[in-house]
Design a protein. Structure first.
Length: 349
């Protein structure tokens, strides 16, 4: 009887997140934003940040404690399969075909946010690091989290604007593919340094899933069939559980004071300066025009769902606090939301 009750509650919770996410996604698409932002916001709005404050009884009914373990399992399965799909989209041929300027730009778009984020983390360590986590691990993780580019969201933005096969599209996909590869290696190393902590662990299943997908030729018949079969299952049935858990973990009440919001702003500025600035400057120094390099930097600043996955790993491993998790979720939403309008602005004649 209890299992039936849990299953029913899980289905109700997922249905609420899916419906809300779809509605918000349609609204955001109308203003030229990727629908994933709406899906992320759905989880946050249905969690303690909004619904839990205005109608706590409703939020408690949607997400009672007894369903959280089941939601966690569904969310973990969804994220693993999502990383496999990201790996399927990873086209290693792009890296072999592209000239050195793009390799340099991709490396700069990883190195700059990593170094700037790590430096900022040294100032955040006192108030925002969990007890017992070393300053080195904390700084390395924050730097790694700021280095993420959301390859699938970036690809969707390029497709919507018909830019996939243009020089800008190929450059962005090449840099993002290399970024994905390096970022997940970096994340595994960083989280691995915290293994002495009882709550920590290397996100091995995520790295393995990504690597398994990347090992399959992206243009093969199997990759196409796997993507067709899995995409609907993952995006409609499984990832909403991840958005729900992200919403339950995101507590905007933890970012309440003026100093909290200034810290949040600093995180957004540093993340943007590192990713956008690093890629644009490296591109310009590599011989690209300023406009082309700036457009490439704007695309590389997209973080989306990939950032939330990384932040979830850090929270589960006890490397970041719920307050910093919330601030960086806000950063992920803001940097993803600014990509399309910034790209449109830079493309105007």
């Amino acid at each position: 009887m209890q299992n039936t009750q849990i299953t029913l509650h899980v289905l109700v919770a997922l249905s609420a997140v899916v419906i809300t996410g779809r509605l918000l996604g349609k609204l955001l698409v109308a203003i030229h934003q990727p629908p994933v932002i709406g899906e992320v916001l759905a989880g946050i709005l249905l969690g303690p940040s909004l619904l839990g404050r205005v109608a706590p009884a409703v939020e408690g009914h949607l997400f009672p404690e007894l369903v959280k373990p089941a939601l966690t399992i569904v969310a973990q399965l969804g994220v693993v399969l999502y990383m496999f799909l990201v790996g399927l989209e990873f086209d290693g041929a792009l890296l072999r075909q592209r000239p050195m300027p793009l390799i340099v730009t991709a490396l700069a778009s990883i190195a700059a946010p990593f170094l700037l984020g790590g430096a900022l983390a040294l100032g955040l360590y006192g108030p925002l690091a969990p007890a017992g986590i070393s300053q080195r691990v904390f700084a390395l993780f924050v730097g790694a989290a700021m280095s993420i580019t959301a390859f699938p969201v970036l690809a969707r933005i390029l497709t919507d604007r018909g830019l996939t096969r243009t020089p800008l599209g190929v450059a962005a996909l090449t840099c993002a593919a290399l970024d994905d590869l390096l970022a997940w290696i970096l994340l595994a190393i960083v989280v691995g340094t915290a293994r002495a902590m009882p709550s920590s662990g290397v996100p091995g299943e995520l790295v393995i899933a990504f690597a398994a997908g990347a090992a399959i030729p992206s243009r093969s018949a199997f990759a196409g069939a796997a993507a067709r079969w899995l995409t609907a299952i993952v995006t409609i049935a499984l990832l909403p559980a991840f958005f729900a858990l992200t919403g339950l973990r995101t507590r905007l009440s933890l970012v309440s004071s003026g100093s909290d919001w200034m810290t949040c702003l600093a995180i957004v500025v540093v993340a943007t300066a590192g990713k956008f600035g690093g890629a644009a400057l490296a591109g310009r120094l590599s011989g690209m025009s300023w406009r082309f390099a700036a457009q490439l930097g704007a695309l590389m600043n997209t973080r989306g769902l990939m950032e939330l996955i990384v932040l979830g790993v850090g929270l589960d491993a006890g490397i970041i606090t719920p307050a910093l998790f919330t601030m960086m979720v806000i950063m992920a939403i803001v940097t993803t939301a600014m990509t399309a309008p910034l790209l449109d602005l830079l493309r105007r004649d």
